[in-house]
Design a protein around this ligand. Structure first.
Ligand code: XMP
Length: 526
């Protein structure tokens, strides 16, 4: 195990991700972790970056025992300063901000007799592009240390005490902006620490199941919302594996789901995966509240608030019934399928608690109901969750599903939402996705859907002119959904889909393709 001590950098989780990619097991703990409280000895320690200056009176510092363990240590950014600080408080020369790309040089350096090509940089070219983001700067080498890398602005971009196997680097090897950073982490974890490369997603899953069982106890019960999307399905199945029917999943049909979605989710989760699921058909309640509302923000608020009301009502019912079963205890926990990219704050060293961003779909619910959160996927990225889904036996077509927004088709219908408009988007969407699947393009596209434009347009149906609806089709390619490019279909495909929607979806007279990138556009239409 590699112990990652977190000083609060937004990149710390990427260190654990890079280690997972090497099949090396790691545990991330707050930087103030007392080593005496650990029941295991790490093979090596990584000190992360952080937003502080080691000078600051309230700057966080590691347990000094870290330096008595006799294991290799890698300090990244703040971590480097921390190593230096522990080896002589006078080695720091004050703040110097450096941010962005930098050229790193790892050859032996003239002004330092002990300079050498470090084991940390084995197999790397002399010059490489790295990502810098740091404050403090070293004024001199701490005793026993040597320079192992320089950059244009940092004469001490890398330092090492090869005997003790302590390494410090100013740049961030864990981010993709440091293209060869993975090699640095591998050199440290595998070559220097000799960590075993036998960790798998399967092992993560088993460990998470054990953790959930311990947390919830032998009788505790958990509720959670599912949407039919990948994250909530994987989280639900994991919970089911851990505690069986003491997990209660709830799906709220808000009337603006994809065609037959509620039925299909019920079928997959209950029959296919054995999850204990209640589907609440609240479509009438949602649609009557949405009637005549065109403002997108208002639509979002209505859907969000009504969702919470309904979920709360249902959860109370379930909790009451569940607590009457003699074999089970109280409903104490709320499952959330939050992924790492949804978590904005990393583990805070200031207190034992973890700061969490409440997901926009269920915001505020757990606090309101006095439930504790369980987020088994919070360390994972989407592709890792998909991998876990496969390991849990969730069918591939479900695991690879495109995302679908919480406010559903309401944000894909411009203007007010009516049952007729919902039917039209649902039918058009079904045809578009069906053709994408038939053409074998589904997995190449990150998200594709139909939306209904505002206003009407004229068409001819039979011998009559029809004042009908306009459908827009959008398909994008993206990795993080923060930026996106339009997917380029060939013209035969586009004509075929437009033709089918025009002919088969009653009320549609025009089909447009939307190919703006994000930015300036967004993925959804709102
Ligand atoms: P935009 O339209 O902002 O969308 O480019 C980026 C991604 O987020 C999804 N999205 C949502 N997902 N609840 C969700 O669960 C929401 O309120 C929501 N709004 C947008 C959108 O589908 C796209 O994948």
């Amino acid at each position: 195990t590699i112990l990652v001590l977190d000083f609060g950098s937004q990149y710390t989780h990427l260190i654990t991700r890079r280690l997972r990619e090497l099949n090396v097991y790691s545990e991330m703990l707050p930087c103030t972790q007392k080593l005496a409280d650990l029941s295991w000895k790490p093979k090596g320690i990584i000190l992360s970056g952080g937003p502080y200056s080691v000078y600051a009176p309230d700057a966080p510092h590691v347990d000094p025992e870290v330096f008595k363990l006799d294991v290799p240590i890698l300090g990244i950014c703040y971590g480097l300063q921390e190593i230096a600080w522990h080896h002589g408080k006078d080695v720091l020369a004050g703040e110097q901000r450096e941010y962005g790309h930098a050229a790193l040089n790892i050859h032996p350096h003239g002004d330092n007799k002990q300079a050498h090509v470090s084991r940390l940089f084995e197999g790397l070219p002399n010059d490489m592009d790295v990502w810098m983001s740091h404050g403090d700067k070293l004024s001199r080498m701490p005793d026993g240390f040597a320079t192992i890398a320089t950059s244009t602005h940092s004469p001490y971009a890398g330092i090492a005490h090869e005997e003790k196997e302590y390494y410090g680097i100013q740049f961030h090897p864990e981010v993709t902006h440091t293209p060869k950073g993975g090699v640095v982490i591998k050199n440290f974890a595998v070559n220097i620490c000799k960590a075993q490369q036998n960790w798998t997603m399967e092992a993560f899953k088993d460990k998470e199941i054990m953790r959930i069982r311990k947390l919830v106890g032998e009788k505790g019960q958990v509720i959670g919302a599912v949407s039919g999307g990948v994250d909530s399905t994987v989280a639900a199945k994991l919970m089911h594996e851990a505690i069986g029917d003491r997990f209660h999943a709830v799906m709220v049909d808000n009337g603006v789901l994809r065609k037959d979605e509620a039925k299909q989710v019920k079928k997959t989760l209950t029959e296919g995966l054995g999850v204990n699921l209640t589907v609440v058909d609240a479509s009438k309640r949602f649609l009557s509240l949405l009637k005549g509302v065109s403002d997108p923000e208002k639509k979002r608020k209505i859907i969000g608030n009504t969702f919470i009301e309904i979920f709360e009502e249902e959860a109370k019912k379930i909790a009451k019934e569940a607590e009457n079963t003699p074999k089970a205890g109280k409903v104490e926990y709320f499952l959330q399928g939050t992924l790492y990219p949804d978590v904005i704050e990393s583990i805070s060293f200031k207190g034992p608690s973890v700061t969490i961003k409440t997901h926009h779909n269920v915001g505020g619910l757990p606090e309101k109901m006095n439930l504790k959160l369980i987020e088994p996927l919070r360390e994972l990225f989407k592709d890792e969750v998909r991998k876990m889904g496969v390991d849990l036996g969730i069918p591939a077509h479900l695991v690879g599903r495109h995302p679908f927004p919480g406010p559903g088709l309401a944000i894909r219908i411009i203007g007010d939402v009516t049952p007729e408009k919902i039917r039209i988007v649902q039918e058009a969407d079904l045809i578009f996705i069906e053709e994408i699947r038939k053409a074998g393009l589904y997995d190449e596209i990150s998200q594709a859907f139909a939306a209904l434009m505002a206003g009407r347009s004229v068409g001819v149906v039979g011998d009559n002119r029809l004042h009908g609806y306009i459908i827009a089709l959008r398909a994008v390619v993206t990795t993080d959904f923060m930026t996106a490019d339009a997917y380029e279909f060939d013209s035969a495909f586009r004509k075929r889909v437009a033709g089918r929607i025009g002919n088969e979806v009653q009320g549609v007279v025009r089909v447009l393709y939307e190919e703006t990138s994000k930015p300036p556009s967004t993925i959804e239409f709102e």
